[in-house]
Design a protein around this ligand. Sequence first.
Ligand SMILES: Nc1ncnc2c1ncn2[C@@H]1O[C@H](COP(=O)(O)OP(=O)(O)OP(=O)(O)O)[C@@H](O)[C@H]1O
Length: 255
Amino acid sequence: MPADTGHTVPNDELIRFTNVTKRFGDNTVLDDLCFSVRPGKHVTLIGPSGSGKTTILRLLMTLTMPDSGTIDVDGGRLFPADERQRREVRKRIGMVFQQFNLFPNMTVLRNITEAPVRVLGLSGDEAEERARGLLDLVGLADRAGARPSQLSGGQQQRVAIARALAMRPRVLLLDEVTSALDPELVAGVLDVLRDIARTTDITMLCVTHEMNFARDISDEVLMFDAGKVIESGPPEKMFSEPENARTREFLGAVL
Ligand SMILES: Nc1ncnc2c1ncn2[C@@H]1O[C@H](COP(=O)(O)OP(=O)(O)OP(=O)(O)O)[C@@H](O)[C@H]1O
């Protein structure tokens, strides 16, 4: 019998959470949560602070474990699964964090080539070619030899985006990627992400308080409250005529 690779999940779903519950002590952060994301779609998670948005991304990165339920990504089961299978599925997922988390002692180029060489087994030349293409994409082709500390926050975040893409993930997770940036640096990072959303077939799952950005890039917006999706829909509907009173209240406060 082959290992349980989650083939019960339909092919047109790249991410599926089924009855996922996550607790921290008495705090039920995700409550029997079900949702799915189709391949190539850009989905934004919105909701009040503490509603569990970051926890969803952390589960996908296997940085934390659910208490119950199943999580499938790209036809493979992430939870429950043994360590080896989890690592295999996890390789298909890239994440950009609020704090860029670059390696300070490595050049920009090494930051991007490190994981493709170590994890994917690419040769140094292959990894470098890939990295240089990505540096071009994020507008930093001339900074390959710099150290992160020589770059602005916005440039560092663009390196972090290139680093995540260098693993050729099927899913890109974006967690408040502009909230640690000075206001004048936000637009450059969001422009790069808009470009990536427009020109690649990567699936994106995004937590952001930048509602204009969410409106621009999202195919679907999911509104979270108390560990559940309480409303979902295309951004034009969610932002102009939300049906749920909690969504209206939340958007009234942030828009
Ligand atoms: N490691 C942890 N230990 C204990 N509680 C945690 C831990 N991580 C998250 N929580 C709690 O889980 C809840 C959900 O947190 P999460 O960061 O997922 O929310 P969020 O919707 O992303 O919020 P925000 O918009 O403020 O980032 C919060 O109440 C938080 O305090």
